[in-house]
Design a protein around this ligand. Structure first.
Ligand SMILES: Nc1nc2c(c(=O)[nH]1)N[C@H]1C(S)=C(S)[C@@H](COP(=O)(O)O)O[C@H]1N2
Ligand SMILES: [Mo]
Length: 266
């Protein structure tokens, strides 16, 4: 792993650009990096890009993608933990799109076809049934932590506001053709954005979260509302959601544009 060859600096001394470089280098290499000769490395890194990912990795990633597609079923739950196991102080990582103060007039904007966008407050979100989850949050940079989040199921939210479908009805498991293929999310300033396949979005453990450790989420963790999507790596867990929209084509995705697999499922 490329981490181990670099001097260990205190977290705060590592410039963000270096962290990014390290992330890009390390993703996908965790099992290979130390084993492959330099010539092979050169060949892989210089081979043509396919859908934003280096070609020889594509086969492995396609398997990931197949796995991600099966998550719509309740039988694929990520493991959960007792609340005492959660980190008292959750790690913070990634500030794209949240470097400015939270807009005072923050509202969640949801685009609807042929309609005025829906504008909601955190209280509107809180009116839905609350769910909590304690699970192992995983970042592709190589760290993970058991964390305790609270919020509402994204699937309940789509159901309640009749979102995510072409018909404008609530999502219906018996009519998956009516569902859009993807949900897109972005920060209010559009500085960070993700696209999520609808199966993962509808997963019962996927939350629009407003609490961390039983307290309102703080600004660095994505206040007032963030995505918690346990079936995906950290990159997809967008902090400070400003806008939500639906599409059949893949919405643009901050880290997929920078060479990561689009699906990054666990
Ligand atoms: N808006 C925004 N959301 C983001 C990021 C970011 O840079 N900006 N980074 C992602 C990454 S890579 C990780 S690991 C998690 C970290 O969440 P945390 O700071 O609550 O630990 O947020 C994700 N969501
Ligand atoms: Mo991450």
């Amino acid at each position: 792993m490329s981490h181990s060859t670099e001097p260990k600096l205190p977290e705060s001394d590592i410039p963000e650009s270096a962290i990014r470089r390290r992330m890009i280098k390390s993703f996908g290499w965790f099992t290979l990096a130390s084993a492959i000769p330099v010539g092979v490395y050169e060949w892989i890194t210089h081979s043509p890009k396919l859908l934003g990912t280096k070609k020889p990795l594509r086969r492995v990633l396609d398997v990931n993608q197949q796995i991600a597609k099966t998550y719509f079923s309740d039988t694929h739950l990520v493991p959960t933990f007792p609340v005492e196991d959660a980190a008292k102080k959750a790690r913070v990582n990634g500030f794209d799109g949240i470097k400015t103060p939270i807009p005072e007039d923050w509202k969640l904007q949801i685009d609807r076809r042929d309609n005025q966008p829906l504008l909601l407050t955190v209280d509107d979100i809180k009116a839905l049934p609350k769910h909590e989850i304690v699970y192992e949050f995983k970042c592709i940079e190589g760290w993970s932590q058991v964390q305790y989040w609270g919020g509402v199921r994204l699937s309940d939210f789509l159901e309640k506001y009749k979102l995510g479908t072409k018909s404008g009805n609530s999502p219906n498991p018996d009519n998956t053709d009516d569902l859009f293929n993807y949900i897109g999310m972005e920060t209010p300033d559009k500085g960070y954005y993700v696209g999520i396949d609808m199966e993962s979005a509808m997963h019962p453990q996927t939350l629009l979260a407003y609490e961390l450790n039983g307290q309102p989420i703080t600004a660095p963790h994505g206040a007032p509302l963030r995505l918690i999507i346990p079936v995906k790596y950290g990159v997809k867990n967008l902090k400070r959601i400003g806008r939500i929209f639906f599409a059949d084509e893949r919405p643009r995705d901050f880290w997929a544009e920078r060479g990561y697999d689009y699906y990054v499922g666990l």
